[in-house]
Design a protein. Sequence first.
Lengths: 395, 395, 395
Amino acid sequence: MGIGAGQVYRFVKEIQTGTRVFDWIVPKEWNIKDAYVKNSKGEKIIDFKKSNLHVLNYSIPINSKVSLKELKEHLYTIPESPDWIPYRTSYYQENWGFCLNYNQYEKLQDDQYEVVIDSTLEEGSLTYGELYLKGESEEEILFSCYVCHPSMCNDNLSGISLLVFLAKFLKNRNLKYSYRFLFIPETIGAITWLSLNENQISKIKGGLVATCLGDAGRSTYKKTRQGNSLIDKVVEKTLIDSGEEFEIIEFFPSGSDERQFSSPGFNLPIGNLTRTLYGRFEEYHTSADDLNFIQSEFLSNSFIKYLKVTYILESNRTFLNLNPKCEPQLGRRGLYQTIGALKSDPDLQIAIFWVLNFSDGKNSLLEISLKSGMQFTQIKTAADTLLKTGLLKTL
Amino acid sequence: MGIGAGQVYRFVKEIQTGTRVFDWIVPKEWNIKDAYVKNSKGEKIIDFKKSNLHVLNYSIPINSKVSLKELKEHLYTIPESPDWIPYRTSYYQENWGFCLNYNQYEKLQDDQYEVVIDSTLEEGSLTYGELYLKGESEEEILFSCYVCHPSMCNDNLSGISLLVFLAKFLKNRNLKYSYRFLFIPETIGAITWLSLNENQISKIKGGLVATCLGDAGRSTYKKTRQGNSLIDKVVEKTLIDSGEEFEIIEFFPSGSDERQFSSPGFNLPIGNLTRTLYGRFEEYHTSADDLNFIQSEFLSNSFIKYLKVTYILESNRTFLNLNPKCEPQLGRRGLYQTIGALKSDPDLQIAIFWVLNFSDGKNSLLEISLKSGMQFTQIKTAADTLLKTGLLKTL
Amino acid sequence: MGIGAGQVYRFVKEIQTGTRVFDWIVPKEWNIKDAYVKNSKGEKIIDFKKSNLHVLNYSIPINSKVSLKELKEHLYTIPESPDWIPYRTSYYQENWGFCLNYNQYEKLQDDQYEVVIDSTLEEGSLTYGELYLKGESEEEILFSCYVCHPSMCNDNLSGISLLVFLAKFLKNRNLKYSYRFLFIPETIGAITWLSLNENQISKIKGGLVATCLGDAGRSTYKKTRQGNSLIDKVVEKTLIDSGEEFEIIEFFPSGSDERQFSSPGFNLPIGNLTRTLYGRFEEYHTSADDLNFIQSEFLSNSFIKYLKVTYILESNRTFLNLNPKCEPQLGRRGLYQTIGALKSDPDLQIAIFWVLNFSDGKNSLLEISLKSGMQFTQIKTAADTLLKTGLLKTL
């Protein structure tokens, strides 16, 4: 990169249709102005302006009259949730279609319908945003979200908004790691980015795909393909220290962009820290995933967890106990309670024992905090205290 | 062997009394024509012709008159199951005796009894059967059963019959592995076979001792001494995929012929795939282990599991994903649903992701199917599909 | 040491005040003759002669008149257990004080009090006792207890008494390992001993800190820092074989002298075999930890467990099966039941199979007994039996 610590590097990149990205080709660009279905009375019974989910994404332009029978071949509904409009796409086959709620679909009568989709599918470009915050080290943490269907709130507007605020928070701070934020279309965006940055990815030490962060479910962590990498331990400790219920699940190769980051040719340690995982909530990919489905308390809870993840990443160090033979005399240094023989020691003192005993060069503060069951911040405070007395050395 | 793939090699071998086999010597051959006990009225109260379990196996010949007291020193019963005749042997000490049900034993009156055992214990030979099906590879799978007490049904006629049908099924097929079937007397037969074939056993990649396969209990797998070998994984996956309840138990060095195959000088990965394990059912080694105790539905269920074991062994391959950087574009190859953004992907597509992601040279289909929790056949179908598109290479 | 097997080496060592021991300095010696608090009527309301816990340990001498307010700044109580006198110390800060029960504290009235502590805190020495029993090997087992507050019974008189009897038991026996017993003040004593014996500690193969051994709680084992060392396995097997409930907890670096032995510069495998762990019982460090709190049946139960630990340590061996290919013919050697085909084999025979199968040079009897789930003594008996037949060789 050639930029120094503290520098910010930000851009929006356009990749032309037809560009080869590994096994894929950047597709045509789709744009849409309007779309509707009118009955013979001239009433708009489906209207893109009311909800952009009404149009099958990537629909080719059409302006035609069709019978009910033919129309129905191009309609998508969810019979099990008859009030909701589904979100559907047709990326790989040229097609047109409308999505609507099942109740409305059921009421459609035999008629001649006017179908209009005022879209273009033409040479253009794939657009993505990238933000890079340079820290002391070139080793970097990757946060990625997708921007391809922000009409839905939990999946995926919540991820975009959380990463925007996380980036704002980290900007202008002294950082140990460098941080990269990607705002990309799912799948093809990740593939494109990896293709363009293949020579840089060995710097990626870990990362998270951010999505589904505002619903009422408990926090869920889908592990990286490596399963026991730095980011896996950091997120696990973040969740434990939250004191809240949470779930950790093993990596699986379907899902979001971790599929690409974790493909065997890269095997990057990228996990997903979400609330209810994609596909596990009823509202997923429907009009019901709206601003009522998410709540600010849950989104900010997720935000605080992402902050905590970066806090642990930034604060974690490995120290060497410079007085490894027996404990040092803490009393002389003001680090031991003056009245002794209490039933239980104060937490800071217990944390100090943990840091002294396991700072043998093999364990970072993160590992000591996991082993001890104490909060990461307690272990960190103990290390800071010991560092001042000269009993520890940074490795 | 010097025989080509597809060849069948079958023989019945006779090993002479007195032959040294490791620490053992092939014993005298025992044959019996008749045996009975008559009371003073001349009534046959115990009759070998009614059940051959009535004679203590390996009994020396006798023709004598004895008192009730002396007779009783040679009688074997099971007081807890008073209607059943036990099966007993005296291989290592020359002796004679009769087995009978306890109810009858209790009724014996003071009398002069005529005991006749018309047996011979003489120089002869140990007889065993062996069938070898040559596959493409010299690496072989060993299936072993014992033929020393086929008067009882679950232990051990069920094992013999299952292996006969398994051998018939595999014969005349194109096989990847070679398969060897042993029909041997327990213990001394296994020792004899190992002694005669010591220079060949490094070809044995895994195997099973077949016994207790027709009772109503759930399937049980006793692991090999190695504990995590190919056959252990294959059987585990077979049991998981069955959708039925099962039990897996760790290796222990008593039991059947896995004792010999797994002795520390060989340490062959030979497990036991049974239903209720030997010694765990009441009818074990008694006259109650008869044709009523086993049922054809259970025996065929076991047979299907053995078939499935060979199916997985034969079908398992390790592939290399030839497009390891990001996913290949499946849509272009007709392997991705045309309408996207569904709540959950079809199983085949999930299986395709698993195969692509983990075909990194370290995982076979078997391991991928275990990791994914999907059926082995689903993973295999995905691999077959991908193979046709040229996305995989066989390792 | 230069002393032969069977030799006993015993001494009481005095280490002078001011001696540097690692990061610490041996402190002044504290002695006390009497102490009391009198009210203005001349009544002794707190009297050291009634309970030596009444004085804050290491109190400097004082002879003064104080108001109730000033007195209260030097009084220590336990409001939650208002009948008990706490045990408190002030090692690291010169101070004086009295400990009393909270009920009495509450009744103290405004008055002028005479406080007298007839103590000395002067140059002197730290005193500890050490006993060394030389065995065949220089490898040694360390048993340590602390002698600094024997006024309390479970913590710590129980540890001292148990180790005295254990040492008496082991003395004059032929021992495989050497055994060292330490009777030291907690913390400073362990540090002093380690400092004086730094060049010897590589001989320590394992050990236990003995404390809290007479209460009614179940046995508890706090593992060594290494977690899977010889002593960890020996104690685990001892507890399993007891057939009683027990608890095993992971190492943590606060606690008793294992803190020093397990500091990262030494990392000695020293665990704690106790009943209720220090700090987990209400009576801990109070006047209620008295002769009523412990019972002889529990103390002797603990003693028997320590004996069993030394028994396993002394008896454990690793053997090599000299007949590793198939089982040896046990019948010929009188080690197999003469009537065969029983539903379950006798325990000795099962144990013999375990020893033969796993005496492959990698497993000691201890490991075989853990793996088999059989009692250590059963496995040992089997090994002894096999050794007589020449089927095993000691490694």
